[in-house]
Design a protein around this ligand. Structure first.
Ligand SMILES: [Zn+2]
Length: 271
């Protein structure tokens, strides 16, 4: 369940890389405006050598079409993972509609099969819906075949339910390896990460979720970036989890950020 921030502490933007490494990577990804390097990869940049080649060479799938956020600090994307969920997902739709804001939902295939009407309600309200695998495994530890089956299964569930193509995927826990990126690309999926977390998987209540998000937004603004906020309307272990803290934090966040001129976008605004 825990979404580890493995790409956050060491997050660097490609544009911040020294020397000629930055150029071919950017040229391979014209639509990608924010690229995270893991702490290990960032260290490798400093050290040079084989690991840097493996991590940063333009052919490396580690960085293929990974989308995080745009370069406009006023833009915010709310993203909700692990639904559709009884209760919370529809409550969120009410909150988002009240503020006239569209968000991005990364849904789990087995829950889409259980509650297709909730997935359809999200899509019908104009939100962007993406793939979050069929059963929410750690893809980094799975075989190539399991990775493909997980991504294809969720795509199929979404297409059957929504009658629309799927263009974005968020691997569970943000876990990537070359085979994950390759399987996503074969399905025409852009892999989406995040740069702000609400830590709403923990029972910390709406005040702390909101505080965490607001601090994260401030940090992305200081770096001159938009904010891609990871939240959860569901829980990968079971249907029906209580996400009222997330719903309340979202409501208050929207009130505060809209009053101060922020613009809420779906992740397809960035690539
Ligand atoms: Zn998840």
């Amino acid at each position: 369940m825990l979404h580890l921030p493995q790409d956050l502490p060491g997050t660097r933007r490609i544009s911040g890389l020294p020397g000629p490494l930055a150029k071919p990577i950017l040229s391979k990804m014209p639509h990608t405006t924010g690229i995270a390097l893991t702490a290990a990869a960032a260290s490798a940049v400093a050290l040079g050598g084989t690991l840097a080649y493996a991590a940063l060479h333009p052919e490396s799938q580690l960085f293929g079409r990974t989308l995080i956020a745009g370069s406009d600090p006023a833009e915010i994307a709310l993203t909700y993972d692990d639904g559709p969920n009884n209760g919370a997902t529809l409550q969120l739709l009410d909150v988002l509609a009240r503020h006239n804001v569209r968000s991005t939902f990364f849904m789990i295939g087995r829950f889409i099969r259980q509650r297709p009407e909730i997935a359809r309600a999200v899509h019908a309200a104009g939100h962007l819906v993406g793939n979050h695998t069929m059963t929410h495994p750690w893809l980094a530890w799975q075989s190539n075949r399991v990775i493909r089956d997980e991504l294809r299964g969720c795509n199929q569930a979404l297409e059957d339910t929504l009658g629309a193509p799927v263009l974005y995927v968020r691997p569970p826990h943000g876990a990537r390896r070359p085979a994950v990126m390759r399987a996503a690309r074969e399905l025409g999926l852009t892999t989406v990460q995040w740069n702000v977390m609400g830590n709403d998987w923990a029972p910390i209540g709406p005040d702390r979720v909101l505080q965490k998000i607001q601090r994260g937004i401030e940090a992305t603004r200081e770096r001159g970036r938009g904010a891609n906020i990871l939240l959860h309307d569901g829980y990968d272990q079971r249907m029906g989890a209580d996400r009222s803290a997330t719903v309340q934090a979202t409501d208050r966040l929207l009130t505060e950020q809209l009053a101060s001129g922020s613009r809420f976008v779906t992740v397809d605004a960035w690539g």
